[in-house]
Each structure stands twice: as structure tokens, then as C-alpha cells.
Design a protein around this ligand. Structure first.
Ligand code: AHR
Length: 527
């Protein structure tokens, strides 16, 4: 068939002849925010971070050393500290991850030049200089105003090693270990708020059955004591046991069953859950950038499984712990994509797009809805690894779209959950149907009512009409995170492509009318 060639004149005539297409009406969702029924406190620890000795997560991301030309305080980058302070990081899990079960703390203390170099067998087989050890980590925690969450080596070390590590860090008595700590520059005891008893003990943390792990847990929980006088009684260090991966209900059952009948000598305060998203099957194959709308929808579909995992494990925990004494701690979550081209596959360096900002909001919303049980979560990982807040390149630093989700959510830290009823509507791409809208509300520590609204639909804006029970509002102000393209990212050359902009909404006929951009996260407080 001959191609039909239209001249410019013919096209113009055709254009004039076709009546202007009517614009699709903007869809409307109605929500009811019930401020008369406050729920649980959204523990600020659900905004926790994770920093493993992996790729450039610690070395270059946090630690550049005191002699670096990159501005630093005692070796820790000042730009990174300032950025993390702005998102009020509640705790940072360290030193791993898989790395933790091969970490021996004594190699990371003392004069830096005398510390032995070891191998990081899990992550690229690179040299681990041990220049960032216990003192440097706790200095970093102090600089960003956060709390320590240390993961113990259960897989390849003894309970004695963990017990001595805690004694070294926390006792005020003049034991040999405390004197060594003082000689290394810190006479006062450190605070260690959280202590993880192993990491993924079913896999890289020792390939154990849950029955075997429970026996190890009992021993480690018995001997890992915190001696800091300020951390006794109500202020005691919280011990977090290794919990399930994704939907492994058997693991949860067995640990909780053991906990229910625990004797005086051991106890735990949390059970971890690890669940990564962004892929359909292992290994991850959906790219971090340059993806189409189908991949956008697939990734968000995968992340919404978090709701199922959290609900299932919470229900099991309820059976053994109806008073919800043991928290579900989602201490590894986030998107896992193939590494950026040309980077070390063992370093897990990936870009971070507007899709990841949405993914983060959806997960935080799930944790907030389960605030009574999910009292801690740690996104993997903080800098230069997986779904990071920050990417660095030598002296340069950029903030990712995910960072901005965390920044906009700061008012939700320790806020009181407020129920919101709504019909989310649907967004469909091919055979994938997702909710179009995701909302949470809370009363902040500042006394204000805050809303977070995510429009998952990348093609259509959404009008949200909010009815408020127990409250009148003239309007709302805050910030919105949108992006020019489906897969927009911030780069070292264009660091501000995705950044929040101010947002305002007005009340009309007793309802607040919020106009959300496609594929956006919006956080507002009511006026
Ligand atoms: O976050 C990367 C790795 O993922 C962690 O080291 C491990 O715990 C998990 O499998």
C-alpha cells in the first residue's frame, strides 16, 4: 500500500474540520477524615534508616576521613550530616545486613592505622579497612541527632563477643573494657537504644532453621546486657529478634511461640520483617530508570504486597502477644533494581526516581495504618545503596525523590493516627489495577492535623474532596512532589529535577478541595 502523504495545507484543513475534543473530566475522590477517633501513635522509628558496610554506603557516603578535602567533622561528611538532620532520622541500623554476621567489633576500634584490613565477602569481596568502627558510628549517630541500632553477629560469633561489645560501649564501671573505651577517646558510656540479635539468620546470617535460631536467640538475649545507668527500667535497650522474610509465617509462629513462654532470663521487644519490592522474581530485572508505564505499575503493585505481609505477621503476633508488647520491625524494606550500568554489581548502586518517592509513601502509609504493631522500620539503605536518600560522587551530593518523601513526612513522626474513609478508585495499566489514591491523616506533635495524599495515576490529576469530622478548616497548605516524567530522577548535573513545591487548597461548601497532580505525593496541614 502506498503511504498517504498529506501536505501541510491538507493537514491544516483537516485540523480545522475536526471539532475540538472534549477534555476528560478530572476524576474526583471523596474522603472523610474523622478527627474524633484518634488512633495509635505513629512511632517516629518507622522513619528509620539502614547503613551497611556495602559499596559506598559507609565509605564515601558517610566517612571520608579527617584528612579529606571534603568538608567533614572528625571524618564524617558535613553535607550528609546536614541533609540527614533535616529529615530527623530517628535511628540508623548498622553495620549490616549480611555484613553484620561477619563483623568482629574489636577490629574496628583503636588507632586507625593499627586496625586490620579485612574482606567484605558479601559485597564485592573488597577490602574493609575498619576505619569506620564503633566510635565513628556512634559519633555519626550523635552528629545527626539519632539513636543507635546495632546488629549483632550471631552467625559467626559467640554470645560472649556481643556481650563484651555491649559492655565496652555501655558500662560506666571501671572494667578493663570501659578503660579501653576511655583510652580510645570516650570515657562516658554510650547509649545503645536498639540491639538486633542477628540478621536474616535463615540465610546469610547462618542458614539456620527457625528452631535453631530460637535456641541462639535465647542465649544471645540472655547475655546481651546494656549497663548504661540511663538505660535501665522503662528506658531499657530494645532487643530485636530476626523475624520472617516476606510471607514466611512459620518463622513468625515459632519465634512468637518461644517468646510467649519465655522465662525471666531473656526477652525481646521486636521481631524484624524483611521485604524488598520492585521486582516480580529474583533477581530484580525492572530498571531503576528509563522504564515505561507498565513497569511503573508492576513496581507499585509489587510494593503493595507489604500490606499483606504486615497484616499476616501481625495476626500471628496477636495470637501470642495480644497486648502488642513485641513490635513488628520492618528493618529492611524498599525497592531493589539492577545496579546502574558500569557500577560494581556487589555495590547495589541504583538511581531513584519519582516512582520511588511514591513507593516510599505507600509503604510509610501501610506502616502508619498498623501503628499499633509496626513501631519501627528501616529503609534499605540510607546512602548510595538500593533505595537511598542520598547519592554522592566525590564531593558532590544529591538528594533523591525518596529523601523528599521522608522530608515531607517529618510532621508524622510521633503523630497520632487519624482514620480516613475513602473509596480509592482505580488506576489501570494493562492487566494491573491499583488504587488510584492512598491517604493517611494524623494529629502532629505540633497540634496540627496533617494529611498525606498520593495520586498513583501517572496520567490524570485527581480532585480530592475532604470532609472533616470534628474540625473546621479554611484551607490547607503544604508541599507536593511531582515530576516532569514518569521516571524523572535527580542527577549530579541536574540535582533539582524532582523537588517539593508549595501547595495550597481551599475549603468550598464545607469541604476541603485538594487538586493532586498525576503521580504525586502531597503533604498538607489544615488551616
Ligand atoms: O540490604 C542488602 C541486603 O539485603 C542485606 O545485607 C541483607 O540483610 C538483605 O538480604
Amino acid at each position: 500500500m502506498r503511504p498517504i502523504l498529506l501536505t501541510f495545507a491538507a493537514v491544516s484543513v483537516l485540523a480545522l474540520a475536526v471539532p475540538a475534543l472534549a477534555k476528560d473530566p478530572v476524576p474526583v475522590a471523596t474522603i472523610t477524615v474523622d478527627t474524633t477517633q484518634p488512633g495509635a501513635t505513629i512511632n517516629r522509628n518507622i522513619f528509620g534508616q539502614f547503613a551497611e558496610h556495602l559499596g559506598h554506603g559507609v565509605y564515601e557516603g558517610i566517612w571520608v576521613g579527617p584528612s579529606s578535602p571534603i568538608p567533614n567533622t572528625r571524618g564524617i561528611r558535613n553535607d550528609v550530616v546536614a541533609a540527614l538532620k533535616a529529615i530527623k532520622v530517628p535511628d540508623v541500623r548498622w553495620p549490616g545486613g549480611c555484613f553484620a554476621d561477619e563483623y568482629h567489633w574489636r577490629k574496628g576500634i583503636g588507632a586507625p592505622e593499627k586496625r586490620p584490613a579485612t574482606l567484605n565477602s558479601n559485597w564485592g569481596g573488597v577490602l574493609e579497612p575498619n576505619t569506620f568502627g564503633t566510635h565513628e558510628y556512634l559519633d555519626f549517630i550523635d552528629q545527626i541527632g539519632s539513636e543507635a541500632y546495632i546488629s549483632a553477629n550471631v552467625g559467626s560469633a559467640t554470645p560472649q563477643e556481643s556481650a563484651e561489645w555491649l559492655e565496652y560501649m555501655t558500662t560506666e564501671k571501671a572494667t578493663a573494657l570501659a578503660q579501653e573505651r576511655a583510652a580510645n577517646g570516650h570515657p562516658a558510656p554510650y547509649k545503645v537504644a536498639y540491639f538486633g540479635i542477628g540478621n536474616e539468620s535463615y540465610g546469610c546470617g547462618g542458614s539456620m532453621t527457625v528452631e535453631h535460631y530460637v535456641d541462639e536467640l535465647k542465649k544471645f538475649a540472655t547475655y546481651t546486657k546494656n549497663y548504661n545507668p540511663a538505660q535501665q527500667g522503662d528506658q531499657h535497650m530494645l532487643r530485636i529478634a530476626v523475624g520472617p522474610s516476606d510471607g514466611d509465617e512459620h518463622w513468625t509462629e515459632e519465634v512468637m511461640k518461644a517468646w510467649q513462654t519465655h522465662i525471666y532470663s531473656w526477652d525481646i521487644d521486636g521481631l524484624s520483617l524483611h521485604s524488598y519490592s520492585g521486582f516480580e522474581h529474583w533477581p530484580p530485572s525492572f530498571p531503576a530508570t528509563g522504564f515505561d508505564e507498565t513497569a511503573y505499575a508492576q513496581v507499585l503493585k509489587s510494593t503493595l504486597k507489604m500490606e499483606t505481609y504486615v497484616s499476616k505477621h501481625s495476626a500471628i503476633m496477636d495470637k501470642y502477644d495480644p497486648q502488642k508488647k513485641v513490635a513488628l520491625v520492618v528493618d529492611e524494606w524498599g525497592a531493589w533494581y539492577p545496579v546502574e550500568k558500569g557500577t560494581n554489581p556487589g555495590f547495589l548502586f541504583q538511581q531513584n526516581s519519582q516512582r520511588d518517592a511514591i513507593l516510599a509513601a505507600l509503604n510509610i502509609n501501610i506502616f502508619a495504618r498498623h501503628a499499633d504493631r509496626v513501631r519501627m522500620a528501616n529503609i534499605a539503605q540510607m546512602i548510595n545503596v538500593l533505595q537511598a536518600m542520598i547519592l554522592t560522587d566525590g564531593p558532590k551530593m544529591i538528594l533523591t525523590p525518596t529523601y523528599y518523601t521522608f522530608k515531607m513526612y517529618v510532621p508524622f513522626q510521633d503523630a497520632t493516627f487519624i482514620p480516613v474513609k475513602y473509596d480509592a478508585g482505580t488506576y489501570t495499566k494493562g492487566d494491573i489495577t491499583l488504587p488510584r489514591l492512598d491517604v493517611i491523616a494524623a494529629k502532629g506533635k505540633d497540634g496540627k492535623v496533617w494529611l498525606s495524599l498520593t495520586n498513583l495515576d501517572p496520567n490524570q490529576p485527581l480532585e480530592v474532596d475532604a470532609a472533616l469530622l470534628g474540625l473546621k478548616a479554611k484551607g490547607a497548605t503544604g508541599q507536593t512532589l511531582t515530576a516532569p516524567k514518569l521516571d524523572s530522577v535527580n542527577t549530579f548535573d541536574a540535582p533539582n529535577t524532582v523537588a517539593p513545591k508549595s501547595f495550597a487548597a481551599k475549603a468550598k461548601d464545607g469541604k476541603l478541595v485538594l487538586k493532586l497532580a498525576p503521580e504525586s505525593v502531597t503533604v498538607v496541614s489544615l488551616d
